[in-house]
Design a protein around this ligand. Sequence first.
Ligand code: NAP
Length: 281
Amino acid sequence: MFYKTLNNKVKMPQLGFGVYQTPVDETKRAVLDAIEVGYRAFDTAQAYGNEAGVGEAIKESGLPREEFFITTKIWISNAGYEKAKASIEESLQKLQTDYIDLLLIHQPFGDYYGTYRAMEEAYKAGKLRAIGVSNFSPDRFIDLQHFVEIKPAVNQIETHIFQQQKVAKTYLDKYNCQIESWGPFAEGRNDFFNTPTLKEIGEKYGKSVAQVALRFLLQSDVVVIPKSVRKERMQENFNIFDFELTAEEMATIQDLDQGKSLFFDHQAPETAEFFMTLVKK
Ligand code: NAP
């Protein structure tokens, strides 16, 4: 396993396992499979509805809590100091743990400054080992990090071969914040798993498109959390430590960047309106 050292010296595995869109009744089984494969870092969120499944699997594995790195995220409906504070306790309870390794603000909407204050407080109380954000564009990130005491350790943003986040990464590096990819396969969009460049490179190493895509992100200093409900794919996505892309191959893959989202632009007015529809009045 490779690790990244965060701005507060906490070590984070560079490869983890995501459970977005993993059905609630399948989460425990999927996470137990992933633990068997070797994953120790898990990424869930209040909005996914499956924090409890992650917690149950970790308990049932019988492995010591310290072996795991658990990330969860505060949803927009829990934004603001009081609600966020209560939601941290609820997440701790669902995950059956005394502390969360990394807590993120899921979306840059609502009173996220209030949310962040609650996170800073819980961090100081030892309930969180690291805190950060997700889906923050560089302008919002710079603003937040300037006005808070505990600087965000991670920004989890859409990052894959077609959206490499070159500009965002420059600023995250500048402020010593770790970039973490969501959607490392773009959830299969753009005929991802048939990308010819990755197929060709993969043939040389006996590796799949998925493995080359993940390896490219590892070598780009990005933390990755691929999702799968199938054990054979979990295994495939984990077997990326026994080959290395050359500088030339890295440059070829860098050229695939389209510099824009395959999902939604967080700064677009229609995106903001869409997220507002998800929050109950
Ligand atoms: P992803 O990891 O890019 O893609 C997952 C899809 O790829 C699933 O359909 C999966 O199908 C398939 N897949 C996985 N491994 C494969 C392989 N080796 N070959 C072929 N197909 C494969 O998408 P994601 O789940 O959206 O992103 C990963 C994690 O990032 C999430 O689970 C979540 O934890 C996090 N995330 C965060 C945000 C955010 O707003 N912060 C947004 C999205 C995601 P099967 O399951 O059927 O194998």
